[in-house]
Design a protein. Structure first.
Length: 168
């Protein structure tokens, strides 16, 4: 089984690209954040506020373990912080081909400006938060991924086509 797993920073395009890629590949799409929201009946920001980040990360790990038992080939977009846990990086590699969608800080700032729903970006200067989180996560994303793909200055359709070609 070769699931396609998209990882990367918030705003890199994981969910948008994932939906289109799943349609192109005729696979089911799973967005881990949306799945967790549906299962818990809470928005991610509310889970963070009520239970904390560690609890949320436990939910992510539990979902990855469930997905290991899924027999259909999927396109999976994971939350930006999911690969931070070593256990999750190992689970991702077992799940399929991990693609790190990369975008530079300038692109991310443009895409994330005004976003009030991402708990990890709240508080302080957005540019500083993005740089700090990118610095902390970059190496972890690289450890988890087999493929790095730059999304800067590429259309959605070009991105989907190029990633799809990797699996033909």
């Amino acid at each position: 089984m070769k699931n396609v797993i998209l990882i990367g920073f918030m705003g890199a395009g994981k969910s948008t690209i994932g939906r289109r890629l799943a349609k192109k590949m005729q696979r089911r799409f799973v967005d881990t954040d949306l799945w967790i929201e549906k299962q818990t009946g809470q928005k991610i920001k509310d889970i963070f506020a009520e239970h904390g980040e560690e609890y949320f990360r436990d939910l992510e790990t539990g979902l990855l373990k469930k997905l290991l038992n899924c027999e259909e080939e999927l396109v999976i977009a994971v939350g930006g912080g999911l690969p931070v846990r070593e256990e999750n990086r190992k689970l991702l590699k077992k799940l399929g081909t991990v693609i790190y969608l990369r975008a530079d800080a300038k692109t991310l700032l443009k895409r994330l400006g005004g976003d009030k729903h991402r708990p990890m970006l709240q508080g302080g200067d957005l540019r500083e938060r993005i740089h700090m989180l990118m610095e902390a996560r970059e190496g972890l994303y690289q450890q988890a991924a087999e493929i790095e793909y730059y999304t800067d200055n590429k259309s959605l359709m070009k991105t989907v086509e190029e990633i799809n070609e990797l699996f033909l």
